[in-house]
Design a protein around this ligand. Sequence first.
Ligand code: NAD
Length: 166
Amino acid sequence: MSSKVPPLTLPLRIAMIGSGAVSRHHFPAFRDRPGVIRLSAICEKNPQAASAFAAQFPYPVPIFGELDDLLEKAQVDAALVVLPHNLHFPVASKLVAEGIPVLVEKPLTCSLEEARALKKLSSETGVQIVAVRTGFVKDDQGSLWRPAFNLHRSSSPLLRGPDHVW
Ligand SMILES: NC(=O)c1ccc[n+]([C@@H]2O[C@H](COP(=O)([O-])OP(=O)(O)OC[C@H]3O[C@@H](n4cnc5c(N)ncnc54)[C@H](O)[C@@H]3O)[C@@H](O)[C@H]2O)c1
């Protein structure tokens, strides 16, 4: 089956779904690789949390309270799911079904059945899902993501950027 993932140009436009405590661990990746990734939107129920996170960036970041609204209006190449556990499966499923590769904070899902359903959806669509515990993927400089994404580079269309920084 062919992938729904469109050709990508840098910087990748990343949506942050949930901007609570753990989201801050992703900030250094954006700060350190501005030519590679750009925060293109935040989906967050708590406007104060979203505004505080967005305020760290040197460019305006659109904030949405509903995922459907973000999907309709924002430009997104990939998404970070940093939500309470019970929302990982429904939100990741929706994103993947929309053709958007996702990085989901641990745990991937709340049950094996949900994990299997996500794997099936990923296989059927060709859209990548990565589960990660950010605390375990710091590189020597303290930046996040690089090791986790390296593990998946060979198979992920998301990671085949021109300079392979991830
Ligand atoms: N990577 C790590 O090392 C690590 C460590 C701890 C926790 N986690 C995982 O990260 C995830 C997030 O944890 P956290 O501590 O940041 O939680 P948090 O409660 O601080 O943040 C979650 C955010 O999601 C928002 N939210 C809730 N429902 C929403 C919805 N329907 N739409 C949009 N936003 C919504 C909340 O308002 C909140 O700001 C959890 O699954 C947790 O297990 C990862």
